[in-house]
Design a protein around this ligand. Structure first.
Ligand SMILES: Cc1cc2nc3c(=O)[nH]c(=O)nc-3n(C[C@H](O)[C@H](O)[C@H](O)COP(=O)(O)OP(=O)(O)OC[C@H]3O[C@@H](n4cnc5c(N)ncnc54)[C@H](O)[C@@H]3O)c2cc1C
Ligand code: FES
Length: 359
């Protein structure tokens, strides 16, 4: 059903920080925080500026894995069907993004030592709508209030009056603490996609839309090093943000972008990558790679899956590089395995898997 036919009373809004009260969450070796009874543990933490590890917020990535030492939660999903293993379940692990707080809790989780941007729910109006090759929509939203985010983060988008809410990554460079008045997303039109199908059906400029965020921690790596960025399809969105941010912040370091799509006709966002090349001449290399380009098409660039481009021929000093990987789950897992085999330490591979992000 298209999202604009779903009527719900009022607006969907993230809980505000004022809602977070009632239960005390004691994090072993870290600061305590408060959570409202029946609030999601992860959202309560993020709403209070606690830098809780997370990525997808929908129970698929396993990044918010937390040991519940004492107290009561209600799981939103069956943890036996989640990324938690049988061993994890025996040891008392839960997923914080899928756990409603029911009492004071004692938990064990390694909080992330990094600056935090508090998530907000901000309403705006679609100000740009452009169809790109490969069935991708370049969506711009003019916000009523500024929203801050960091490179590689994402927001949940929900059309005003609809409960269909989906995650999409910011593609602009981070705006700084004052926040952005306009934000942009690259949305892949999926067959049967409730949000993307609605968005792709016609020019949606002028429609009111909620932007809730920022979320995610993929780009949070403050060490000046060469950045190897690997993107599949719209995974290029957070990579554009990370690449521009790092080119600006680390003026002596380079960026290599490996960008995989199916065929030449599906290549998009090249104008944005060229803009980055002009911004930092000689410091960014872009390697487009095509998995399904017909033989004899005249394409002289790389062919195959993105992993085929990851070899010593890239000339990267693996001991002095960080990797940022974004796209579909099988692609991300294959790239992680390849980079580890090439000698990149696991802790320097930062990834977001573009999984289904709603019901
Ligand atoms: C952290 C994060 C950031 C993301 N950033 C982006 C982004 O910048 N751009 C972007 O285009 N997408 C992004 N995604 C993926 C996007 O949120 C989902 O694909 C979303 O479900 C699409 O919503 P929809 O309403 O169009 O399709 P849905 O109605 O959710 O799904 C329609 C059908 O497609 C299947 N499906 C949904 N998503 C995928 C997928 N990723 N791969 C394969 N099958 C799928 C569903 O199972 C369903 O059968 C991100 C996901 C996460 C978790
Ligand atoms: S499983 Fe909880 S953030 Fe991904």
């Amino acid at each position: 059903m298209p999202v604009d036919t779903i009527a719900v009373p009022g607006e969907t809004r993230a809980p505000t920080r004022a809602d977070a009260r009632g239960c005390r969450i004691a994090v072993a070796g870290e600061r305590d925080f408060q959570a409202g009874r029946d609030e999601l543990l992860l959202l309560s933490a993020l709403n209070q500026g606690v830098n809780y590890p997370h990525s997808c917020r929908v129970g698929t990535c396993g990044r918010c894995k937390t040991r519940l030492v004492s107290g009561k939660i209600s799981p939103l999903v069956d943890f036996a069907l989640s990324p938690l293993t049988n061993r994890d379940l025996k040891d008392g692990y839960i997923l914080a993004c899928q756990a409603k707080v029911r009492s004071d809790l004692e938990i064990e989780v390694g909080l992330i030592d990094h600056r935090v941007t508090l998530p907000l729910s901000v309403v705006g109006e679609i100000s740009g709508w452009r169809v790109l090759p490969g069935g991708v929509i370049d969506l711009r939203i003019a916000l009523d209030e500024p929203l801050a985010f960091q490179a590689g983060q994402y927001a949940a988008l929900a059309v005003s009056g609809s409960f269909v809410r989906r995650s999409f990554s910011f593609y602009d460079a981070p705006p700084g603490p004052e926040g952005a008045r306009e934000v942009g997303f690259l949305v892949k039109h999926l067959p049967g996609g409730r949000f993307s199908g609605w968005l792709a059906a016609r020019d949606r400029c002028g429609v009111r839309i909620w932007v809730e965020g920022p979320f995610g921690q993929m780009g949070l790596d403050d060490t000046p090093r060469h950045a190897l960025c690997v993107a599949g399809g719209t995974g290029i969105a957070p990579i554009l943000s990370i690449a521009e941010d790092r080119l600006q912040r680390f003026p002596t370091e380079g960026v290599t972008v490996v960008f995989g799509v199916r065929a030449q006709a599906d290549l998009f966002a090249l104008d944005r990558l060229e803009r980055l090349s002009r911004l930092a001449p000689g410091r960014i290399r872009v390697v487009p790679i095509l998995s399904h380009e017909p033989a004899g098409s005249g394409w002289s660039g790389a062919r195959g899956l993105v992993t085929a481009a990851l070899d010593p021929g890239l000339g990267i000093d693996w001991g002095r590089a960080s990797a940022f990987v974004c796209g579909a789950l099988p692609m991300v897992e294959a790239v992680e395995a390849r980079l580890t085999a090439l000698g990149l330490p696991r802790g320097r591979i930062h990834a977001d898997k573009f999984e289904p992000s709603g019901l």
